[in-house]
Design a protein around this ligand. Structure first.
Ligand code: NAD
Ligand code: UDP
Length: 347
């Protein structure tokens, strides 16, 4: 039996594939490589010494999804595939509704047709309404403020409706807080296109000299040092949470929602300090204005995932920084393979 991983070539998907393979699961990966590279699949095979099928294609192509279901004995799906850039979603909402909502609808339709009704879905802490008491529990108020967040909330509601309509469905929604870091081997990690939006990849690119300095977005928030606080979680801890979620969908039907965070938070300045301490690298930074849409503090109540999923994050901020840096230094150009011979002949 096979676990289908949509978006398995992406940042979180690739780390989850490694955990799945190392835990003895057979997997098949479906990805259109719109935000990833085939190189990651080679690395996963090398790291785990396991083979698996890769299907390059789009969730918007229903016949393609059917073909994947025809060719494999799929038992459950872990659904990572989707677009994830908040700013882009504000500028091009159509892309987000089409890709994330339509893609998921196609997937669910094919799953229903093949009577495979076990799914783990990647949601986000961005579905929580701002200005409410911390920590955020799964019962905190939800209200997305941008199209990306709305697609996550809509998909959560869609899954709840599917379960309502047919109690054979088993859906686990995982709300990720701030995944950072990389596999400790340095073989796989986060490889954003262009200039990163997120703190950790921006910081590592400053530390390696690709970018000049980190701009800290605001130091006038109501926090101890004035900078925003987030619940950063090591991507490998997050990946392990998916194995627990998979166990859950395999043994019982229902609709469940879990926070995946550490249960604590660090400010932007604390992250910079932790990075400098963990790596011995100085990070030039300056204080800039606030970024629109940022909430001052956001961290998870993880008691339900601890109790029901039997999962808990274990890795420290220092490990997250060390592993992010290890990935950055081993792969200064991410998964892009630079052909030095061609480069030299062009110079
Ligand atoms: P990612 O962009 O690295 O991975 C997503 C993968 O999905 C990519 O490989 C992309 O090529 C693929 N994809 C996108 N649309 C597709 C389609 N229509 N058909 C087939 N493949 C498609 O992103 P990630 O950081 O690994 O995030 C994985 C999931 O987790 C996403 O759904 C994202 O919204 C969610 N999430 C991410 C974060 C984060 O901080 N990284 C936080 C919360 C939630
Ligand atoms: N941040 C920053 N400078 C950057 C990128 C991010 O100060 O170049 C801050 C941002 O304001 C937020 C935190 O770092 O408080 C985490 O931001 P990120 O975009 O990584 O995740 P978010 O919590 O916004 O999803």
């Amino acid at each position: 039996m096979t676990i289908l991983v949509t978006g398995g070539a992406g940042y979180i998907g690739s780390h989850t594939c490694v955990e799945l393979l190392n835990n003895g699961y057979e997997i098949a990966v479906l990805d259109n490589l719109s935000n990833s590279s085939e190189e990651v699949l080679t690395r996963i095979r090398e790291m785990t010494n396991k083979s698996f099928m890769f299907y390059k294609g789009d969730l918007l192509d229903k016949d393609f999804i059917k073909m994947v279901f025809q060719k494999n004995r799929i038992e459950a799906v872990i659904h990572f595939a989707g677009l994830k850039a908040v700013g882009e979603s504000v500028q091009h909402p159509h892309l987000y509704y089409q890709n994330n909502i339509m893609g998921t609808l196609h997937l669910l339709e094919v799953m229903d047709q093949y009577e495979i009704r076990k799914i783990v879905f990647s949601s986000s802490a961005t579905v929580y309404a701002s200005s409410q008491p911390m920590p955020l529990s799964e019962n905190s108020i939800t209200k997305a403020i941008n199209p990306y967040g709305r697609t996550k909330l809509m998909i959560e509601e869609m899954l709840a409706d599917y379960y309502q309509a047919n109690p054979k469905w088993s859906c686990v929604v995982l709300r990720y807080f701030n995944p950072i870091g990389a596999h400790q081997s340095g073989e796989i990690g986060e490889d954003p296109n262009g200039i990163p939006n997120n703190l950790m990849p921006y910081l590592t690119q400053v530390a390696i000299g690709k970018l000049n300095e980190l701009k800290v977005f605001g130091n006038d928030y109501p926090t101890p040092d004035g900078t925003c606080i987030r619940d950063y979680i090591h991507v490998v801890d997050l990946a392990k949470g998916h194995i627990k979620a998979l166990n859950k969908v395999q043994i019982e039907s229902g609709y469940y929602t879990y926070n995946l965070g550490t249960g604590g938070g660090y400010s932007v300045l604390e992250v910079i300090q932790a990075f400098e301490k963990a790596t011995g690298k100085k990070v030039p930074y300056s204080i800039g204005g606030r970024r629109q849409g940022d909430v001052p503090i956001c961290y998870a109540d993880t008691s339900t995932s601890k109790m029901e999923l039997l999962w808990q994050a274990t890795k420290s901020l220092e490990e997250m920084c060390k592993d992010a840096w290890n990935w950055q230094t081993q792969n200064p150009n991410g998964y892009k393979i630079i052909d030095h011979a061609t480069l030299n002949s062009n110079n």
